[in-house]
Design a protein around this ligand. Structure first.
Ligand SMILES: [Ca+2]
Ligand SMILES: [Ca+2]
Length: 136
């Protein structure tokens, strides 16, 4: 199981046993949970930069006997990219023909590859796929 403790929302922390915390909204990818008694925001699953670069969760604090009395704060978490994807060729088989009697260096073929970790690649709202690199 993967757990990562993010900073607590200290403004919402309380020692009052009648005060509880919960998720009020956001958290569309289900990455976070909020500990009911402490307000700690816990990451429930590995987060992937190539899936989403940022996620937000609304944390609410409320009185257990009067749950309609609550307030909420938005926590926005931005992911930092790491190089966790190998570069991949577009094609796994490339055929090329060359004339004999040519002197090097000369062009043989172009093989393209992507790397999802490249800036501007992958990620929700990140635009196009990873950068394409051509090898000749
Ligand atoms: Ca990579
Ligand atoms: Ca990455």
């Amino acid at each position: 199981m993967f757990f990562l403790f993010l900073p607590r929302l200290s403004a919402a922390r309380s020692t009052d046993a009648d005060v509880a915390f919960g998720v009020a909204g956001g958290n569309g990818l289900g990455w976070f949970s909020v500990r009911n008694d402490t307000g700690e925001v816990v990451v429930r699953r590995p987060m992937d930069f190539e899936t989403a670069r940022q996620e937000e969760v609304w944390v609410k604090v409320f009185h257990r006997r009067r749950p309609l009395f609550f307030s909420a704060a938005r926590l926005t978490v931005s992911l930092l990219n790491v190089n966790d994807n190998p570069p991949r060729f577009h094609e796994s088989l490339v055929r090329a023909s060359v004339q004999e009697e040519q002197y090097p260096p000369f062009y043989v073929a172009e093989v393209r590859a992507d790397d999802a970790d490249h800036e501007g690649g992958g990620g929700r709202g990140g635009g196009s796929a990873g950068r394409t690199v051509s090898y000749r």
